[in-house]
Design a protein around this ligand. Sequence first.
Ligand code: BDR
Ligand code: CA
Length: 311
Amino acid sequence: TRAVIFDTDPGQDDAVAILAALASPELEVLGISTVAGNIPLDLTTKNALKLVELAGRTDVPVHAGCDRPLGRALVTAEHVHGETGLDGPDLPEPATKAGAAHGADFIIETVRSREAGTVTLLTLGPLTNVALAFAKAPDIVSRLQGLVMMGGGCFEGGNITPAAEFNVYVDPEAAAMVFRSGVPITVLSLDVTHKMRSTKERIAAFRDLGNAAGKAVAAMLTFSERFDVEKYDWEGAPLHDPSVTAYVLDPDMFEGRDVNVEIETGSPLTRGMTVVDYWGVTGRAKNAFWVRSGDSDRFFALLTERIGRLP
Ligand code: BDR
Ligand code: CA
C-alpha cells in the first residue's frame, strides 16, 4: 500500500477524489488536512468530516489548516460549489470532530513519523497548508515520496481568469514556494481535467450503483456540473480533483512529461498562472511532471468501481 495525506477544500470534486481513495486498498489514507478555498475553512472541514462518515472511515483523522492564503484575501467559489461547498446530496451534519492539531502541523508530524520516502501528499486545493508546512519544517520536503496535485493549466488556459486555474490563483505565493521546494511534483491540470467530463451517462452509472456513496456522488456531480456545462457548452462538466486519486492508482492511463513550471505572483493580469516550459525553451531546471492527457473512459470506470465498494 501507498501512504497518502490529502490536503483539500471539499468541494464536490474533492469529495469524489477522497471517497474513491478511501475505497481503495492500495492506499493508506493517513489523514486529511483542510484549507480555505472553494468555501471558507469551517465549511471545508465540516465537509471533510461528512465524507469520512459517509465512507464509514472515521478512523481517518481530519485536521483544519489555514483559513486564508499566505498573503492575500481569500477568494471562494460558491458560484460553482453552492453555499455549503457540497451542495447536491443531503448529507447529515457530522457527528465527529476535527483533530486539535493545525493541518500544517498534522502534515509535518505525520511525515516525520513515517519512514522517509514513503508518504505522498495529494493536494486538491490551494497550497497554503503545504507551503506553511514546508516553511516550518524544511526537513519534510526530502522525506516525502512526492506530491501529486490538481492545479494549473497550460494548453487549456485558466478557469477563474483567462490565465489562472482556481487552486493556484487563490494562493500563488504558496504555489510558488511548493514548486521551488524541490519536492517531486506531478501536476494534474486543466489540460487533463477538461477531458474528464461527467456526462449524464457517467453520473447515472454512479447513481445506479445503488449504495449511499454512489447516490451522493451522483447528486454532487449533478449539482456541480450545472455551472460548468453552461460555461463551456460541453456535454458534461470537467471533473478535476479525482484525477489525482486516479493517477496514484493507475498512472498508466495518463501521459505527460517532465517540465519546468514557474508561478506568476506579480502581474495582476496573470496572477497565479502556471508558466509551463512544455517545449523546453528556457533551459530552466525541470521541477514537475506535467500530465497532458488521460483516458476518460478508464478514469470514470475506475471511479465508479471504487465508489461502488463504499457503504
Ligand atoms: C479546482 O478548483 C476547485 O473549485 C475544484 O475543487 C478543483 O480543485 C479546479 O480548478
Ligand atoms: Ca478542490
